[in-house]
Design a protein around this ligand. Structure first.
Ligand SMILES: Cc1cc2nc3c(=O)[nH]c(=O)nc-3n(C[C@H](O)[C@H](O)[C@H](O)COP(=O)(O)OP(=O)(O)OC[C@H]3O[C@@H](n4cnc5c(N)ncnc54)[C@H](O)[C@@H]3O)c2cc1C
Length: 221
């Protein structure tokens, strides 16, 4: 059996931790490393447990590092991570990964906490020339909506599957994409979230003539 090389984890102090929507947390820690927006870190509460991966959700000009997560009540890490507060310690790897934001024009497509890397990219000045399509269950789950509205205006589209709200489409983002005509072919499409969304969106884009190597995906679970 091939054993994956475990990333080295370093202790970092929690700066703040708050529930920004029901079951969704924004956790800020001290920052020890540089990163490219879109990268992830491995996180654990001690050096013996198998770490989980989290996208960095803060701009690369900030002093702190932000992670966004939703609590999986059956999960090993997230229920305990939700209880951390200022001064507590957790263990974090150096940033890594190939889901890298840039200033080139692109579409960003996310479900749920898959919005995290796009928060990092937008806070790092990469929101110009982008369209962001975010899917969630309810209007309250569009995390950092005010920032995206401010930076992206009409290029920020929200799709809620369970309830509607002002400025929010009711339904699935995949339905909207299926209906869309003339998708730009020369740009990159960044997809982040659960596997079902990523696979379905990739299929839709390819069927509509987007080249497969213009589709860059980060799958969470
Ligand atoms: C590259 C990468 C980046 C990631 N970035 C983030 C991030 O920025 N924010 C974030 O919240 N998560 C992110 N994840 C998911 C994260 O690593 C954990 O899997 C998640 O937080 C659950 O951890 P846990 O220990 O509480 O649950 P575990 O003990 O690991 O239980 C996992 C089980 O719950 C399922 N599961 C995990 N998350 C969810 C969910 N949100 N909804 C429904 N079922 C779920 C899994 O399929 C699995 O069956 C990322 C995953 C990857 C691979």
């Amino acid at each position: 059996m091939i054993k994956r090389k475990q990333k080295e984890l370093f202790p970092v102090k929690v700066v703040s931790n708050s529930e920004i929507a029901l079951g969704f947390f924004s956790l800020e820690t001290e920052r020890k490393f540089d990163f490219v927006p879109g990268q992830v870190v491995a996180v654990a509460l001690n050096n013996h447990e198998e770490p989980r991966l989290y996208s960095i959700a803060s701009g690369n000009g900030k002093e702190y590092l932000r992670l966004l997560f939703d609590v999986n009540p059956e999960g090993l890490l997230t229920p305990r991570m939700a209880r951390l507060s200022k001064g507590d310690e957790l263990f974090m790897s150096e940033p890594f990964g190939r889901f890298l934001g840039s200033s080139d024009p692109a579409w960003w497509i996310a479900t749920g906490t898959g919005i995290a890397p796009f928060i990092s990219m937008a806070e790092s000045g990469m929101a110009i020339n982008k369209k962001l399509i975010h899917g969630a269950k309810t209007p309250g789950e569009f995390l950092f909506a005010d920032m995206f509205i401010r930076k992206m205006g009409d290029n920020y589209l929200r799709f809620a599957t369970r309830e509607s709200g002002p400025g929010i489409y009711r339904g699935r983002l995949t339905h909207w994409l299926k209906e869309a005509t003339n998708l730009p072919k020369e740009i990159k499409y960044f997809l982040c979230g659960n596997a079902n969304m990523v696979v379905e969106v990739r299929d839709i884009l390819v069927r509509k003539g987007v080249e497969i190597d213009h589709v860059i995906a980060e799958i969470y679970f």
